[in-house]
Design a protein around this ligand. Structure first.
Ligand code: NI
Length: 226
């Protein structure tokens, strides 16, 4: 499920983050990937150990946690602390698949990457190129969103970022282990959840909504892994 999560951050929040990153020490993004990724990755990142990365990452996670659509779609169990990247001067990231299991950096805690998330922090007219291309069984999908908007997609998808030929593409990116491992099951739960909310808002029959809500929770009970 490739899903656009609108308005995760306000214009003011994006501006605050961008200002904080102006004088940051950006390092080579190849430091956080394996040999296969390093062959095709050309971008910059805030260093993992940077206090700025941690501080901005906490803001991103807090904003997403408050977002009802994100929560309903991702059903997050564990989240990798967000990283921040910058593509410019032809920087790109060729087709790759994200690693399946990652360390959170807290002791030996590990996260299975079910969902990949990119939060755009530059407006589309600030740069040329820099589209996120996600390839799935329905073909290739091109994603370039307004600053403050996010895209979530299955970590099992092949994806790439096209070369940035003007300006700079700045984004936050991270991975989530979901309560529900299977992407198709998460999609069914999101559709059911959305339908229940819409029926409820439309003043539908309460006993019917109650039964549907029970179905939602009983499916989640079947599928959730903690
Ligand atoms: Ni990736």
């Amino acid at each position: 499920m490739l899903l656009h999560i609108p308005d995760v951050l306000t214009t003011e929040q994006v501006a605050g983050m961008r200002a904080a990153m102006v004088d940051a020490d950006w390092t080579d993004g190849r430091q956080t990937v394996g040999p296969q990724g390093a062959k095709v990755k050309r971008n910059l990142q805030l260093p993992d150990a940077s206090p700025l990365r941690r501080q901005l990452g906490e803001q991103v996670v807090a904003a997403l946690t408050r977002h009802p659509l994100y929560h309903a779609a991702a059903l997050p169990l564990r989240t990798i602390s967000p990283r921040f990247n910058r593509y410019e001067g032809g920087g790109e990231y060729g087709f790759h698949i994200d690693g399946a299991v990652m360390s959170t950096g807290h002791g030996d805690e590990q996260v299975r990457s079910d969902i990949s998330c990119t939060l755009f922090l530059a407006e589309p007219d600030e740069y040329d190129g820099g589209e996120l291309i996600v390839s799935d069984t329905y073909g290739e999908h091109e994603v370039k969103l307004p600053a403050g908007h996010a895209i979530v997609y299955p970590s099992s998808s092949l994806h790439r970022v096209t070369p940035v030929t003007r300006g700079a593409r700045i984004a936050a990116f991270f991975w989530v282990q979901s309560l529900v491992r299977d992407d198709g099951a998460r999609r069914l739960l999101l559709e059911l959840d959305t339908s229940i909310r819409e029926l409820s808002a439309a003043g539908a029959d309460q006993p019917a909504i109650l039964r549907l809500t029970g179905v939602y929770h009983n499916l989640l009970r079947r599928w959730a892994e903690t």
